[in-house]
Design a protein around this ligand. Structure first.
Ligand code: RFL
Ligand code: PHB
Length: 402
């Protein structure tokens, strides 16, 4: 067994783990990251595309926004289409100046990986069997296997940044966590393609055939999603089938100008709302998807991960700079307040924009539920105040100081 020592052990090298690691590095707080898969594998997961201002500000504070500031596209609005009619949500005007930035999670991750490598900070990729020991004692540590060698990482704190399927959340005894979950009866089939996007701004499309999203990564790379049944298999979708179905769900003017091409990536993501109510267990802190999941309809998952990172980072600075551990006790409360706002918004957008068909929802027939949702969407889109409510949440609610 090889023993190493650090101040903060970080489990998971997704955006949460890497961003926290980068902030801690800049503050002179030693940290080691343990990641189960390879760096290339992490970069192969195509996910988020929309960053709130709060995310961008935190990336700047971390010194990680040099490429984001250069290449990220500022979006001053987006659209919600119902059939052939598109309603623009003018984010900038409705919020008094706030916008979002379109810059892929893959690029955020790549930038953070490069900074970490340049700083010479330790990351173990391909680390197997990570386990957290004694998070309640002064003898906290993480063990794992790396290249046929057993390691023990002795630390002050563990940041559980290991996503929904990680081990960190399971380390908190079941009786100490309350888990809230809603699994939706559909998933999103996503395609990335080297084709010009169908519109300059993102478009959320409600249609009789199901929801579709037209997004992008740049002027030459498009990202599209289709609502599909939960048990759908990606093998059933040739590129031709995907484009044909997308065309049927886009407003006609967009469908007519859709440029199609070979898919670079195609995958199905299930939709889920999930919150673990207890994000701390002694010296262990859950961050990002390890503690909560939102359906992607509000573009909130990565952004909520970033607000967790900001809060934990502030609390750790207090510990190491001022020898003050009192903020640690407020981590769960402060983080969850913002998380629940993101959960509510994502759940609401998902309900309004998807087609639940004849499935029973919230104890009522699908047809009844869809009338309520249609009326709700019409009401919000039809008034400036309604559009402002959407805009204010889409750009992201303010970060709370701990
Ligand atoms: P991640 O990205 O899942 O990273 C966790 C890392 O932990 C590793 N790991 C382990 N390492 C060591 N030992 C173990 N036992 C481990 N178990 C797991 C994993 O290999 C992985 O590298 O979580 P993190 O860092 O908290 O980041 C969260 C975001 O990835 C996620 O919230 C977003 O992608 C969600 N999301 C979106 N968020 C937005 O803010 N805006 C968007 O536009 C947006 N679009 C999306 C999305 C997610 C999507 N999918 C596929 C779920 C679109 C989609 C389709
Ligand atoms: C994306 O570009 O991948 C994306 C954009 C907005 C969302 C979800 C995903 O709400």
């Amino acid at each position: 067994m090889q023993t190493l020592t650090t101040q903060v052990a970080i489990i998971g090298a997704g955006p949460s783990g890497l961003l926290l690691g980068q902030l801690l590095n800049r503050a002179g707080i030693d940290n080691v990251i343990i990641e189960r898969v390879s760096g290339e594998y992490v970069l192969g997961r195509i996910r988020a595309g929309i960053l709130e201002q709060g995310f961008v500000d935190l990336a700047r504070e971390a010194g990680a926004a040099y490429r984001l500031d250069e290449e990220g596209a500022v979006h001053e609005g987006f659209s919600i289409a119902q059939g052939d009619r598109a309603h623009r949500i003018d984010l900038k005007t409705l919020t008094g100046g706030d916008v979002v930035v379109c810059y892929g999670q893959v690029e955020v991750t790549r930038d953070l990986m490069q900074l970490r490598a340049a700083a010479g900070a330790t990351t173990f990729y391909h680390a197997a069997d990570a386990k957290i020991h004694e998070p309640l004692s002064a003898n906290s540590r993480v063990t794992f296997r790396y290249e046929d060698q057993d390691y023990e990482l002795v630390c002050d704190f563990v940041a559980g940044c290991d996503g929904f399927h990680g081990i960190s959340r399971q380390t908190i005894p079941q009786k100490l966590r309350t888990e809230h979950e809603r699994v939706y009866p559909f998933g999103w089939l996503g395609v990335l393609s080297e084709t010009p996007p169908v519109a300059d701004e993102i478009m959320y499309c409600k249609s009789q055939r199901g929801f579709a999203l037209a997004s992008m990564r740049s002027n030459t790379i498009s990202r599209y999603y289709l609502q599909v049944p939960i048990d759908e298999k990606v093998e059933n979708w040739t590129d031709a089938l995907f484009w044909a179905e997308l065309r049927r769900r886009l407003p006609k003017v967009c469908a007519d100008r859709l440029v199609t091409g070979a898919s670079i990536e195609k995958s199905i993501a299930p939709l889920r709302s999930f919150v673990c109510e207890e994000m701390r267990y002694g010296n262990l802190f859950l961050v990002g998807d390890a503690a909560h999941i939102v359906p992607p309809t509000g573009a909130k998952g990565l952004n909520l991960a970033a607000s967790d990172v900001a809060i934990l980072y502030q609390a750790l600075r207090r510990v190491y700079d001022d020898d003050d551990r009192s903020s640690l006790a407020r981590y769960t409360e402060v983080a969850l307040r913002r998380v629940w706002h993101g959960e509510r918004f994502s759940w609401w957008m998902t309900n309004m924009l998807h087609n639940f068909g004849d499935m029973t929802v919230d104890g009522m027939a699908g047809a009844t539920f869809s009338r309520f949702m249609q009326s709700q969407l019409d009401y919000y889109l039809g008034s400036e105040n309604g559009r402002r409510v959407i805009a204010e949440q889409y750009v992201g609610l303010p970060y709370e100081k701990i």
